[in-house]
Design a binder for this molecule. Sequence first.
Ligand code: GLU
Length: 280
Amino acid sequence: MEELRKSILDAKRIVVKIGTTSITHEETGSLNFAKLEKLVRILVDIRNSGKQVVLVSSGAIGVGRKALALKEKPQEKSLKQACAAVGQARLMMVYQRLFGEYNQTIAQILMTKVTLLDDVSRENATGTFRQLLELGIIPIVNENDTVATDEIEFGDNDSLSAIVAALVDADLLILLSDIEGLYTDDPNKNPDAKLIDYVEKIDKKIISMGKGPSTSFGTGGMETKINAARIATDSGADMVIASGENMSTLAKVLEGKNVGTIFKAHKNEEFDLIGFVENM
Ligand code: GLU
């Protein structure tokens, strides 16, 4: 495991996913600029060290809801999509300003399931990612929530980030969320639940750990994170689940320290990404 952690230092192409709860204040839902600033500084530093970086950021719906001063979480699809339309633009404005402080050019890529399932769209998206990364740009990705409906939505950015990792042939995917990593049981209910620091292979036992009720495990839930791990590791990327509570955790992961849960990559040439996503 030590060696695997150290191999993180050699990762050349890294995808980082950040969840809404990690970039907003819990009490108010407003953006947490201190955290965003730290995130951006760390990402630019990785980029400056010669690595390629993709950021998958949630927050469009949350930021839009705040901008529209909605007291309740929007339930109706059109209202949710309106929030996303407002929020995505605001979110990018904030990222533009923060990355601009460090002279880092960013780009926006919004995707739906169709981007992956349609051959032409998938090739176009892959080409765009490659080109942006070669140009030293940090693409910022989200689901295209304003048009995605049940049939074409990923529904969560855990899966989306793993798909992005597969498309760009990443070496490492880091999921920052409101949990420390994968536990043997629900830590909110079972005080004896233990954090698993290393997953060599995603077997039935690991898959069953993700089947619990997702509410207590944060936005995407553990099931989506295990699904993401299956996509990422089969596509040849190591994956780390770590807490986004404090951005120093991200720095520690990147230094090869033992935080969160690391899933070892097993590149599987037979892996059918499209088939897997179709059945999700
Ligand atoms: N795409 C959603 C948003 O930006 C978030 C989905 C997720 O958190 O997994 O608001």
